[in-house]
Design a protein around this ligand. Structure first.
Ligand SMILES: Cc1cc2nc3c(=O)[nH]c(=O)nc-3n(C[C@H](O)[C@H](O)[C@H](O)COP(=O)(O)O)c2cc1C
Length: 324
């Protein structure tokens, strides 16, 4: 098997991974990261596995699986509840040239959990194990990983991880929160440390996730917990330099940050016009345009725009009026 997770774990500790984020880690965001600071592994946003088997839905969903050659290593993430569909999705991802397949076993959203997918699989270990087995069949020589949480309503890492380890996925990504917490409170890195201890000797690579503020923070958390890799989600919002060890966001002039924001918006339109609504990029605007004098007013104006061209016009006027 081409287990790049294991190769990375041997070569570099910690290695860094971009977290899958719905309507965030699309091709435009990933291209920004490739240019300004590429992590060792990129993830797509999650794709509905049970939808991909439907001919009509497939047309739309395939757009979320588009990537460019400079994005390797790249993993396709799927959520779903049916093992046979995971086999099919893994086959599709393999044919598209992905480097790995990841199964979402952590999403707390009601719409996902009600389908028996995402975090619901923590309540149904039998099904979770069938899904891993099915995905492995479709994946061929590609490694299959699982992204999950530490438990449903409390820390159940001992029993839950044992279930997953018995299927020997290539890697397990542990977000240090329960399903019940959703995004509240803080990630429990002691539970992640425990996951590393439990997995010791299994050959399964463990990646920690939750609340990583900077690259330096990630290196420290990896040392403390013993994880092989660090996955980062929200930290990359408004900061395509996150994984670049040569750049600190605090030192990037505001004008440069805003220019990067517009570049991001243009890529969004180039790749995703007709697929995603322009409003999706405003999630990024809210973070790029923050933390400096006049940011609030600028954000309000950006929220009223309808295209990257209009956003650039707003930014040009802001930069002319403000010395930032
Ligand atoms: C807007 C948003 C969308 C997300 N979408 C996904 C997803 O598609 N698949 C997934 O496994 N996790 C998803 N997550 C969870 C993240 O991958 C990550 O586990 C979580 O944000 C904690 O990491 P962080 O503190 O570094 O952000 C999402 C999180 C956010 C904020």
């Amino acid at each position: 098997m081409n287990n790049f997770w294991q190769k990375l774990a041997k070569k570099k500790k910690p290695f860094f991974v971009l977290a899958p984020m719905h309507d965030v880690t699309d091709i435009a965001t990933r291209q920004m990261l490739v240019k300004y600071g590429k992590p060792d592994v990129l993830f797509t946003e999650f794709v509905a596995c049970d939808g991909l088997v439907n001919k009509d839905a497939k047309k739309i969903l395939m757009k979320n699986l588009r990537f460019l050659e400079d994005e390797h290593l790249i993993v396709a993430q799927f959520f779903g509840a049916r093992p046979e569909n995971f086999r099919y999705c893994a086959e599709v991802a393999r044919k598209l040239g992905f480097d790995g397949i990841d199964i979402n076993m952590g999403c707390p959203d009601k719409s996902i959990v009600d389908q028996g997918a995402g975090a619901a699989l923590m309540k149904n270990p039998k099904r979770a194990r069938e899904i891993i087995r099915a995905a492995k069949k479709g994946a061929g020589d590609l490694p299959v990983s699982v992204k999950t949480r530490i438990g449903w309503s409390e820390n159940e890492i001992e029993s839950w991880l044992a279930e997953l380890l018995s299927e020997k996925p290539a890697a397990i990504i542990v977000h240090g929160r329960t399903k019940k917490q959703s995004f509240a409170g803080t990630a429990d890195w002691d539970a992640i440390k425990r996951a590393v201890e439990i997995a010791k000797g299994s050959g399964v690579v463990i990646i920690g996730n939750g609340d990583i503020k900077s690259r330096k923070d990630g290196v420290r958390k990896a040392k403390e917990s013993g994880v092989d890799g660090i996955m980062v989600g929200r930290g990359v919002l408004g900061n395509p330099w996150f994984f670049n060890h040569k750049v600190k966001i605090e030192n990037v002039p505001v004008a440069e940050r805003l220019e990067a924001m517009i570049e991001h918006a243009r890529l969004f339109e180039k790749f995703l016009k007709g697929t995603k609504n322009y409003n999706v990029i405003k999630k990024h605007y809210a973070v790029y345009a923050s933390g400096f004098d006049g940011a609030k007013g600028l954000r309000t104006e950006l929220m009223g725009t309808k295209s990257a061209k209009q956003a650039w016009h707003v930014v040009k006027i802001f930069l002319r009026k403000n010395r930032v």
